[in-house]
Design a protein around this ligand. Structure first.
Ligand SMILES: Nc1ncnc2c1ncn2[C@@H]1O[C@H](COP(=O)(O)OP(=O)(O)OP(=O)(O)O)[C@@H](O)[C@H]1O
Length: 332
């Protein structure tokens, strides 16, 4: 558990790196002019949990998981995974964890089936076990129809799914997944989230993942860290994070034509609403929202109403609040 710091030099250079117990950053890192992508990140991921990293583009999420996966060496800080110091011994990472990066790269020339089977062999499975696991995972992710196709000839979402399949072969106690569902259709995304959840419940795997699909990920994540400009600005359960953006609920009203402002209670709501054409958005405590729903589902107001919805704060509200201001959690 240490302070991870990583600054990319100005010159383009690719490296890799990182930890499971991620760090907290210090500002005394080398005086290189560059991008401080990871500025003292300290995180402790518990065994058997599904841990998410959220944050706006460029926040440093991939930099953190690359260091965690032993693919990038931090400038300072420690990464300890299941008792192994991966900064001193990055070569041990391949035996402890499965990493899914953002690009498919080396697998592109292989067929979906061969990519999965080869990954299994590289992870030490014998030929029969690699084939069995290949078949199981292709089945699990609905990839059988694409098994004989080379990755480079697949669509973006199909290729991504094939890469997830390969990452899951040859069981590892830690899965590090960088945006596993990018580009996928809803059916594929559901299959991936179910597979991730299954690795945890049936095989006690620990999962660290980066995602922008916050609404879906929310259902599987045990805890979430929010990164902003290389720093952890919040780390909690989804419920705990949502509480930080306030207990207000969101009431959306869509009027058929014009709002009946001659109804006094509707006129009252108008003063509190953000109006966008026929749509009104109100954020209010739950009791006030209940009273407002009573008003708009009664009499002339109801006759003028086209649609309404009432929603509790979501992790997406947290995420949007962060992305919207870049300064940290704000009340939405
Ligand atoms: N190889 C590199 N060389 C120089 N700067 C880099 C390099 N890779 C990333 N960066 C910079 O480091 C910062 C963090 O990038 P990183 O890819 O970790 O962010 P991210 O949170 O994963 O973003 P996204 O959600 O867009 O994938 C960004 O400012 C990015 O421009």
């Amino acid at each position: 558990m240490t302070s991870l710091v990583k600054t990319y030099p100005m010159s383009r250079r690719r490296a890799g790196a990182l930890p499971l117990n991620l760090l907290r950053s210090t500002r005394d890192a080398p005086g290189i002019a560059g991008v401080r992508a990871c500025d003292g990140v300290t995180l402790e991921v518990r065994q058997g949990e599904i841990f998410g990293l959220l944050g706006p583009n460029g926040a440093g999420k991939s930099t953190v998981v690359r260091q965690l996966a032993g693919l990038m060496r931090p400038d300072s800080g420690t990464v300890e995974v299941l008792g192994h110091d991966l900064v001193r011994h990055p070569e041990r990472a391949a035996r402890i964890l499965a990493y899914l990066g953002q690009e498919s790269g080396a697998l592109d020339e292989l067929t979906v089936a061969l990519a999965a089977e080869t990954t299994g062999r590289l992870r030490g499975l014998d030929a029969a076990s690699a084939r069995r696991e290949r078949d199981e995972v292709l089945d699990e992710l609905g990839l059988n129809a694409l098994a004989g196709r080379p990755l480079r000839k697949l669509s973006g979402g199909q290729r991504r799914l094939a890469c997830v399949a390969s990452a899951l072969v040859g069981e590892r106690p830690l899965l590090v997944l960088d945006e596993p569902t990018t580009g996928m259709d809803p059916v594929a995304r559901r299959a991936v989230w179910a597979a991730v959840e299954r690795r945890r419940t049936e095989r006690a795997a620990t999962v660290v993942l980066v995602t922008h699909n916050v609404m879906e990920a929310e259902t599987v994540l045990d805890r979430v860290a929010v990164l902003d400009r290389g720093r952890v600005i919040a780390c909690d359960t989804p419920g705990g994070l949502k509480a930080t953006v306030g207990g207000d609920v969101r009431l959306e009203l869509v009027w058929r034509d014009r709002a009946p402002l001659d109804v006094p209670q509707v006129a009252d709501l108008a003063g509190k609403a953000t109006v966008s054409g026929r749509r009104w958005t109100l954020r209010m405590p739950p009791e006030a929202a209940r009273a407002a729903v009573d008003v708009v589902t009664t009499g002339r107001a109801f006759a003028a109403l086209d649609d309404f919805s009432l929603a509790t704060p979501s992790l997406e509200d947290v995420y949007l609040a962060l992305g919207g201001c870049g300064e940290g959690l704000v009340k939405v």
